[in-house]
Design a protein around this ligand. Sequence first.
Ligand code: AMP
Length: 115
Amino acid sequence: MSTIFSKIVEGELAADIVYRDDRVTAFRDINPAAPTHILIVPNREIPTVNDLADEDEALAGHMLLVARDLAKSEGIAESGYRLIINCNRDGNQEVFHLHLHLLGGRPLGGMVKRT
Ligand code: AMP
């Protein structure tokens, strides 16, 4: 079973793709929570952070560097931004294809609501 994000990576589902290479694809979130809201996903389907293998170290680092470069090209590097990876139930993960959220373009407030 392939995820929504695999379908985007494969070009079977339309998305506003802002970057792609042989390892990752980045596209705008369909329901943005900030003026800039981009998702950076590995082209290979990895469900959660828990499923990253030691051999994926370079891929995980690459996702971070792509986020850095996109923050710059989006013009939010200096004003600031937030990178989020949700994992499983308590992390409120909705799509089980690893993705790094890049959020910025407005003050984002406190990190997590204290309940
Ligand atoms: P998460 O809760 O971390 O799993 O986040 C999933 C994100 O995927 C949410 O912010 C959704 O708005 C976003 N999303 C779901 N479907 C699509 C889609 N087809 N294209 C772009 N973003 C999507």
